[in-house]
Design a binder for this molecule. Structure first.
Ligand code: SF4
Length: 401
C-alpha cells in the first residue's frame, strides 16, 4: 500500500500524524510524495479558526477525487461525521486517545521526513471559552515518562537528534499521572548522546505552577532556551472573559523569572486580536505588556467564533478596529524581534544544523533556538561555530567562524 501524508496545524497534530504514518510504514506501507500515486491519503487536519476549517474541507474534497482519504487531527471530532463518504474515512478522537494509552509507543521511525516530534499528552486542563481544540481533543491524558523516553531513544537511534516534545499544554503534563513536565525534561536530557530538546507550548496557568523546577530542568545544555507561553491578551478583563484562569501579571512574572535565569533566550507567545469584548483600552494594555516582556515571537490570530464553544454567538468588535489592532501588534512584533535579533550581529554562536536550506545553504539553531542560515551544506545534527554577520526579525545570517 502506498501512502501520501499531509498535515496542518500545531506541532502536536503534526507529531501524531507523523507517528501514525510511521506505524503504517513499519507495517509495510510505502511513502509516496504524490497524492495521485497513493492508495491511501492521510490528512492531519486543524480547525482552530473557521478559515482553516474551510481550507481543510476543500483539500479533503480535492484529495477524495483521487481515491481513499483518511482524515486525522481535530476535524473528525467536530464534524460529527458530516463529511464521511465512500472515499473519506474519519479517525475519531477515541482512536487518537488510544495513542496515549500505548498503541504508538514502540513505533519504528521508517521515514524521518514525516516524523515531527513526540506527543507527550493529549488534551488539557483548561476550558477556554474560545477554544475548539478542547472540544476536539478532550481532557488531559499524559503518557508515562518511560514511554516517552523510550520513543526518544528510538528517534535518536534513527539519527534524528532534535527532540520536539509536543502538546496543547506541555505544562499540564503529568498532572493526571502524578508526575510533571520538569521531571520529563530532566529524564529526556539525561539520556546519553548529543542532541537538543525543544519543549512545546505551555499555558501560563500551569507554567506558573511548575516554573521553578522547570527552569532548573532547562539548565541542561541539551534544552533549547525557548519558552512558548500563549498569553492571548494583556488585559485581565479579557482574560477572565476568555476563562483563561490567569492574569497578565502571571505572564509578566514568568517572563521576568525566565529572562533573569536565561538572558540569552527566546520567548514566544500568542495574541488573539478582536476578542468579543476587546476595545482600545484592552489593546493598549496588551501592547504595554508586550513592550515590557519583549517576546521575540508573537503569533497573532484574529478571533474566529468556533462551534461548540461558549463564545460562538458573541458580538465581535468593529472590523476596522480589529484590522488596526492586528496591524499594530504585527508591527510591534517585527520591531521587537528585529531589535533583539540585531544584537546577535558580531557575536560567535555555536549552531546545531537541523536542516538544509536553499541555494546550497544550511540552517541551524543556536542555544536559544534562533534560526541561523549559513552558506554550504553541513552534516545534519552537527555543531558549527559561526559569526553572525546580519539579521532579520525572523532569522540570523552567519559565516563559518
Ligand atoms: S488550555 Fe485553553 S486554549 Fe489551550 S487547549 Fe485547553 S482549552 Fe484550548
Amino acid at each position: 500500500m502506498k501512502i501520501y501524508v499531509e498535515s496542518y496545524g500545531c506541532t502536536l497534530n503534526k507529531s501524531e500524524i507523523g507517528l501514525y504514518a510511521n506505524k503504517l510504514l513499519s507495517e509495510g506501507a510505502e511513502l509516496t510524495s504524490s497524492p495521485d500515486d497513493a492508495d491511501l491519503r492521510l490528512i492531519g487536519t486543524c480547525v482552530v479558526i473557521q478559515h482553516t476549517e474551510d481550507r481543510m474541507l476543500r483539500r479533503i474534497s480535492d484529495l477524495s477525487t483521487k481515491g481513499k482519504v483518511q482524515v486525522l487531527g481535530c476535524l473528525p471530532s467536530v464534524s460529527a461525521g458530516s463529511i464521511e463518504s465512500e472515499n473519506i474515512q474519519l479517525l475519531e478522537r477515541k482512536d487518537f486517545r488510544s495513542y496515549y494509552k500505548g498503541s504508538l509507543d514502540d513505533v519504528e521511525i521508517k521515514e524521518a521526513s514525516v516524523f515531527d516530534g513526540i506527543p507527550i499528552n493529549q488534551g488539557c486542563t483548561g476550558s477556554c471559552n474560545f477554544c475548539i481544540s478542547r472540544v476536539a481533543r478532550g481532557s488531559l491524558l499524559s503518557r508515562p515518562i518511560e514511554k516517552i523516553t523510550g520513543q526518544v531513544l528510538i528517534q535518536l537511534n534513527h539519527g534524528i537528534r532534535e527532540i520536539r516534545l509536543s502538546s496543547l499544554d506541555s505544562a499540564a503534563y503529568g498532572v493526571d499521572i502524578g508526575t510533571s513536565l520538569d521531571r520529563l525534561v530532566s529524564a529526556v536530557s539525561s539520556l546519553p548522546g548529543e542532541f537538543r530538546i525543544r519543549v512545546g507550548m505551555m499555558e501560563p496557568g500551569n507554567t506558573s505552577r511548575i516554573l521553578g523546577p522547570l527552569l532548573n530542568a532547562y539548565s541542561s545544555s541539551k534544552v533549547y532556551k525557548f519558552l512558548h507561553v500563549p498569553v492571548q491578551s494583556g488585559d485581565d478583563r479579557i482574560l477572565d472573559a476568555m476563562n483563561r484562569g490567569y492574569h497578565a501579571e502571571d505572564f509578566r512574572s514568568i517572563a521576568r523569572e525566565y529572562r533573569s535565569r536565561y538572558p540569552d533566550s527566546t520567548l514566544s507567545t500568542d495574541i488573539i486580536t478582536g476578542y468579543p469584548c476587546d476595545d482600545d483600552e484592552s489593546f493598549e494594555r496588551t501592547v504595554r505588556m508586550l513592550v515590557e516582556t519583549q517576546p521575540e515571537i508573537i503569533n497573532i490570530t484574529r478571533f474566529s467564533p468556533r462551534p461548540y464553544t461558549p463564545d460562538y454567538n458573541l458580538k465581535t468588535p468593529p472590523t476596522n478596529s480589529v484590522k488596526r489592532w492586528t496591524a499594530d501588534i504585527t508591527r510591534l512584533h517585527h520591531e521587537i524581534a528585529e531589535e533583539r535579533m540585531q544584537k546577535q550581529v558580531g557575536t560567535i554562536r555555536k549552531i546545531f544544523i537541523t536542516e538544509h536550506g536553499k541555494n546550497g545553504s544550511s540552517v541551524g539553531r543556536d542555544n536559544a533556538y534562533r534560526p541561523v542560515a549559513i552558506p554550504g551544506i553541513h552534516d545534519l545534527y552537527t555543531f558549527v561555530d559561526c559569526e553572525i554577520v546580519d539579521a532579520t526579525y525572523a532569522y540570523a545570517i552567519g559565516k563559518i567562524a
